[in-house]
Every structure is written in C-alpha cells, then in structure tokens.
Design a protein around this ligand. Structure first.
Ligand code: URP
Ligand code: ZN
Ligand code: ZN
Length: 486
C-alpha cells in the first residue's frame, strides 16, 4: 500500500472511540488506519504524537455571501468565510442558497454557485431557503433540486423577507416527507415579535438590549411547539435550528417523549453569551444581537445539559457576520446606530466554534471527546447526507482532519482570526485548545500559524437524502390509518 501522507501516532477520536494509530492517506482519502504504516520514497509524514486528532468540522449552519435585505450586508463571502473556517478546524460548510420572493429556488442555487465557485477553500454543500413556496416550487423545483443533491431546506417562521405562514409550512413539510429532505425550522413567533417591538419602540426603548425583550423565550417556545405540531400532522422529522434556552428545550423533550422525531441544533452564542452582552455600554451590545437572542446563565446551563444528555445533535456556528464599525451594511449602519429592530441580526463564529467547544466542553470536563466529535462533525454529516464521506475518521472517508494543540493557552483576538468581520464576540477569552493543523482531503490548509489553503480548492458536495429525514414507522400515525402514506 502506498500513501501520499501518513499522520503518525495520532490519538484518533471518532463519535464512538478513541484509539492510537497511524492514519494513511492517498488521493485525498483515508486508506488505512493501523500501527507502523509503511512509508515509501514519496510519502510525507506528520508526527501527531501526543495530540488528539478529530474529523474536520462540519459547520451545518453558516451564512456566507447570502444576499440580505438592504442595507444589511454580510462581511464574509466564500473566500474569507471558508478561510476562517479552515483556520478554526472546519473543513465542510453548509451555507444557504436563499430564494428571493418572486424568484425561483433554481435561480438562487445558480446564483449561489457563482458566489462559491473559485472562492471556497473548504468543501461545501448548500441548504435551500424557501421564502415563496409557489405550486411550481413545491411540485417541480424542490423535487428536482432534492434529487440533484440539495436535500435540506430552512423554513423561517419570522423575518419579513423569509417568513411563511402555517399553511405554507405544512405544504413544505409535506414536500420534505414525500421527497426525503431534511426540514430545518427557525422557530420564533413573528406576530408576537412585531407586537412587542412596537410596544418597546413606543416606550422609547430602542437600545440593542431591547432586541432580547422583543424576542423573549415564550416567542421561541410557542413557535417551537407549533413547528413540532405541524410536523406531527405531516408525520415528518424536523430539525429546530439555533435553540437558545430552556423553554424551547422543554418543547423538544416533550416531543421526544411522545415519540416524535425532532432533532435540535444549538450554537456557541447560547453557551457562551448572555443577554448582558447585548447591554454593554453605548451601542456595543449590537455586536451580540442575533436571533433567537442569547438568554441568561440559567438558560446557558440548560443548553449545556442538552449537549451532555443528547438532546442536541449538532452545534453549528450560525456564522452571520456583520461589521460593527464604518460599514453601511453593518451593525451601526455606517455610524447611524439604529434602533434595535434595524440592527442586522447575526454574529461571527465560524472559526471559534470548534476551539470553544473543545476547550470549554471537552477539556473543562463537560462533554466527552466522542460527544465533541458527534456534535461538531459526525451528526451534521449524517443529518445532511454527507456521511461517511465527511464527519468521521474511517477508511474511505475524505482525509479531513484536525490535529489539536491542547498544551498552550490561546487567547481569542479578532486580529488573529481570519474572517472579514471587524470583531468577535469572544474577544479576550482564554481557551486551552486551538487547531495546530487542519487537513482538507490530505492537504494542509492551516498549520497553526498560517492559512495554507487556496481559494477555489473547495469542492461542491451533493448531499444524499438523509436517513434521518425518513419518517419512522409509527403505530400512531393517523396518516397510515387513513391510507395517506400509500
Ligand atoms: O441572528 C441570526 N441568527 N442571523 C442569521 C439568520 C438566521 O436566522 O439564522
Ligand atoms: Zn435562523
Ligand atoms: Zn442562521
């Protein structure tokens, strides 16, 4: 057996195991796991002795170069966003091709390929966002796109340019069920947000921190419950994205208790930020404005508990980077410091996702290394039809690896990150872990100090229909009784 690269004496972590071995790589794939693999004249070697090696991260929720409602404009395109991903140990990203109302989903997909092509330095797939589910979209476009490898879509229950009503949600869930796609739900009650926003503004409460009060936990709880109920009626698995706290968690636990297939995602902002970060002096709190908003310490603990006990399948970044200063498309809208409803929603985090969770999750003793791998790579690959090509360390998988430096403290500083945003909400945090090296298909894209990847080296990935999107046979399905499933 001949190898292009051997990673020697790695402490390999998968979602199931931890074992010491050499990793043999040829043609960008793992071709052997074993002891004392044989090198030949052209084999490169990396000594990973004493280091943990995990699968390259799969960030299944990030926004790169996604057109926004003006004037908001994302700071990262595919070049800067995937560069940042690689330097933080993420080798696969799944951002969103967003349908614009009045346009086709196909047009969004074509436009998004143009944005990614020649720019991405890590591999990428696309989720779809459906904002205008016309009969053509439901019965022609989506079925065709799902067959072509776009096997997941996000449904928004809020945001004026994206939101769908319950009837539309049901129609889309039915498409997911019929064609085997994974439906991701942004669960917040849009009318409640509009009502509360109006009352807050009427009382002169415009500062960034009021963003949190315009979207309190019941807003998320109600929408989460409604999404679960609508999915129950259609009998289809769903995934609730960016779950922020206890009330939504309770709904998901309740659904699981009923035997419903509800998956859940959370994000570092709900583990590491709180509402106090939106109340920083002046306008600084705008840097942590995202939706759903960060809650309080007690809610943070509930999210950590959900990682530990398996409530959450994935931790994604929800990287939605806006500049803070001097950018008309950023948080301050070019110095205007708008009232909270006009602050672009979202925070950067594609590079810090893995190190935050490795340091504060694994090394702080909250979760196991195997849980870390499952939450940051394996489960995302499984949920979105990329497993086992992505998300694990196994013979036949792409050689996407992170070799960890866990010896030296690493302080997060925006100036050392590689995104294009001008701040990180985690500035000054001291972590005990950072990637010493990231490999994409056997090529070093981050060496611990320098980005070594290449814009355009990232490949587009067609996703299989995820096993996780398949409805479970259930005794209680009224659809089956009524013959609707035939
Ligand atoms: O505030 C957020 N999360 N912005 C990104 C868009 C979304 O809803 O995920
Ligand atoms: Zn969302
Ligand atoms: Zn998002």
């Amino acid at each position: 057996m001949s190898f292009d690269l051997i990673v020697r004496r790695a402490q390999v972590a998968t979602a199931a195991d931890l074992f010491l071995c050499d990793i043999g790589i040829a043609g960008g794939r793992i071709t052997a796991l074993g002891e004392r693999l044989q090198a030949d004249a052209h084999t490169r070697e990396i000594d990973a002795a004493g280091r943990f090696v995990t699968p390259g991260g799969v960030d299944a929720h990030c926004h790169l170069d996604q057109p926004m409602l003006p004037p908001a404009r994302l700071a990262d395109d595919f070049e800067t966003g995937t560069r940042s991903a690689a330097c933080g140990g993420t080798t696969t990203v799944i951002p969103f091709a967003a349908q614009q109302k009045g346009h086709s989903v196909q047009a969004a997909v074509e436009d998004y390929h143009r944005r990614a092509d020649g720019k991405a330095s890590v591999d990428y797939a696309f989720h779809l966002i459906v904002s205008d589910p016309t009969p053509t979209v439901l019965h022609e476009e989506l079925p065709a796109l799902i067959e072509q490898g776009y096997t997941s879509f996000k449904i928004y229950m809020t945001y004026d340019d994206m939101k769908l009503d319950d009837r539309q949600l049901l129609e889309l869930l039915e498409v997911a069920r019929r064609h085997g796609a994974m439906a991701m739900i942004h669960a917040e009650n849009t009318d409640a947000i509009a009502f509360l926003t109006e009352r807050l503004l009427g009382a002169g409460k415009t500062a960034p921190r009021f963003h949190g009060l315009s979207r309190p936990s019941p807003v998320e709880r109600e929408a989460t419950h409604r999404a679960i109920t609508l999915a129950e009626l259609v009998d289809v698995p769903i995934l609730i994205v960016h779950v922020s706290g206890a009330e939504a968690v309770e709904q998901i636990r309740w659904a699981r208790g009923k035997g419903l297939n509800v998956q859940a995602e959370t994000c570092p902002q709900y583990l590491f930020l709180t509402q106090d970060d939106m109340a920083l002096e002046g306008f600084l709190g705008a840097r942590c404005v995202c939706s759903p908003p960060p809650r309080d310490k007690a809610n943070q603990q509930v999210i950590w508990d959900g990682l530990v006990d398996g409530l959450f399948s994935i931790v994604s970044s929800d990287h939605a980077p806006f500049n803070y200063d001097g950018d008309s498309g950023g948080k301050r809208l070019g110095g205007k410091e708008p009232a909270f409803p006009y602050i672009p929603n979202g925070i950067p985090g594609i590079e810090t996702r893995l190190p935050l969770l490795f340091s504060e999750g694994v090394l702080a003793g909250r979760i196991s290394l195997q849980q870390f791998v499952a939450l940051t790579a394996t489960n995302a690959a499984r949920l979105y039809g990329l497993y086992p090509r992505k998300g694990t360390i196994a013979v036949g998988s792409d050689a996407d690896l992170v070799i960890w430096n866990t010896g030296t403290p690493h302080t997060i500083r925006n100036e050392t990150l590689h995104h294009a945003a001008d701040y990180t909400p985690y500035e000054g945090m001291e972590l005990q872990a950072w990637p010493a090296m990231t490999l994409l298909r056997g090529e070093t894209v981050w060496d611990g100090e320098h980005f070594l990847g290449r814009a355009g080296a990232g490949r587009f990935l067609r996703c299989d229909k995820p096993e996780a999107a398949r409805p479970r046979p259930r005794q209680t399905s009224w659809r089956r009784w009524e013959g609707l499933d035939e």
